[in-house]
Write a protein that binds this ligand. Structure first.
Ligand code: UT7
Length: 336
């Protein structure tokens, strides 16, 4: 019997129309385009402005984009994993609502939260469900409305984040394509450096927490930066080593888009040429759970069947890791 692996077979995405440029941010906080560009690589990000629309709106749009592009009947979907750090509400899963809205009436759904690593961890979860042989179509959606948890008076965080969504379909593959290996890690000592203090069970919402701005993202940027650089680079190096991959074998690095300098440091440790590194941070900023699928969508036309992709992320918690996947469609890669 052939082994079943979990391959990505379809992609979809959505970003809101409103573009928040560095120039506009200059009018909101004490910052400038030059600082933002050199320190982060970000030029602009998308923001969902419409009142009453949450992360589910972005996720539904991305999922519908995938379904319509590939003419897939939503009733065929077995499960939906909703990777997000900004669910519509604290209780009542966003994924469940998304499943119903897109007509995935035969699916079960739930949310998966691991900050900026939510999508990466979701790849692991989706792969296990497919590999079990029980589920044939698993939809993994990464979506975040980061603008809902950002203080637009805090220049240290408001310049970084944006809103967006990406959807990826996993299906069984018997040609050896799809997820090959993964290296996932977490460390709870990191939670003090990147968090939203209030609104959870330790510090429920009150007039005081609102007045103190404790419902917004707090980040000690420098510390997170250091951990992100060393851990993302380490995970990539290790996963290459244990799969006997040299820089020549790796066709693409798909890195979390938090800071161009973190991405460059990771690529440099892998000895990878810039041309093999997916980058779209300049136009979307850090969309948290959506960065990896948004990269795939932007580079989809360049991907060939058999390409070796290394996905990597680092996020709050701390959470981080790398996933090694063989791309399953497009022109066939000719080995040189
Ligand atoms: O995705 C989840 C994981 N998150 C990350 O991976 C993010 C990791 N961290 C970072 O990307 C970077 O630390 C930041 C982009 C957040 C900050 O860059 P940095 O190079 O670490 O800057 P810094 O916080 O050390 O600040 C350097 C200086 C400070 O001024 P002084 O103290 O040197 O006078 C800041 O006050 O830059 C100042 N600064 C700014 N200046 C202009 C901080 N934010 C800004 C700003 N515009 N927006």
């Amino acid at each position: 019997m052939k082994t079943i692996s979990a391959a990505i077979t379809a992609l979809g995405s959505y970003v809101p129309d409103y573009v928040l440029t560095n120039k506009i941010l200059e009018t909101m906080v004490d910052t400038n385009d030059e600082w933002i560009t050199t320190r982060t690589g970000i030029k602009e990000r998308r923001i969902l402005k419409d009142k009453g629309k949450g992360t589910s709106y972005l996720a539904i749009k991305a999922a519908e984009n995938l379904l319509s592009k590939h003419n897939i009947n939503p009733k065929e979907i077995d499960m939906i994993i909703m990777a997000t750090a900004t669910p519509d509400m604290p209780v009542a899963s966003t994924g469940v609502f998304v499943a119903t809205e897109i007509g995935a009436t035969n699916a079960f759904a739930y949310d998966l939260g691991a900050a900026c690593s939510s999508f990466l961890y979701g790849m692991s979860t989706a792969a296990r469900y497919i590999e079990s042989g029980r589920y044939k179509k698993v939809l993994l959606i990464g979506a975040d409305k980061m603008s809902s948890i950002i203080d637009y008076e805090d220049r240290a965080t408001c310049i970084i984040f944006g809103d967006g969504a990406g959807a990826v379909l996993f299906e069984p593959n018997d040609e050896g394509m799809g997820v090959q290996d993964e290296l996932l890690r977490s460390d709870g000592t990191g939670r003090q450096f990147l968090k939203i203090e209030a609104g959870g069970s330790i510090l429920p919402a009150s007039h005081e927490t609102v007045a103190n701005k404790q419902h917004y993202v707090f980040q000690e940027g420098k510390t997170v930066f250091k951990f992100a650089v060393s851990n993302m680079a380490d995970s990539c190096e290790q996963i290459m080593k244990r799969n006997n991959l040299t820089e020549k074998d790796v066709d693409w690095l798909v890195p979390h888009q938090a800071n161009k300098r973190i991405i460059d440091a990771t690529a440099s440790r892998m000895n990878l040429d810039d041309k093999k590194v997916m980058i779209n941070i300049h136009k979307y900023g850090n969309t948290t759970s959506a960065t990896l699928p948004l990269c795939l969508v932007d580079y989809e036309k360049q991907l060939r069947k058999g390409d070796n992709l290394i996905f990597a992320s680092f996020g709050g918690g701390f959470t981080w890791g790398a996933v090694y996947l063989k791309w399953a469609y497009g022109e066939t890669k000719i080995n040189s």
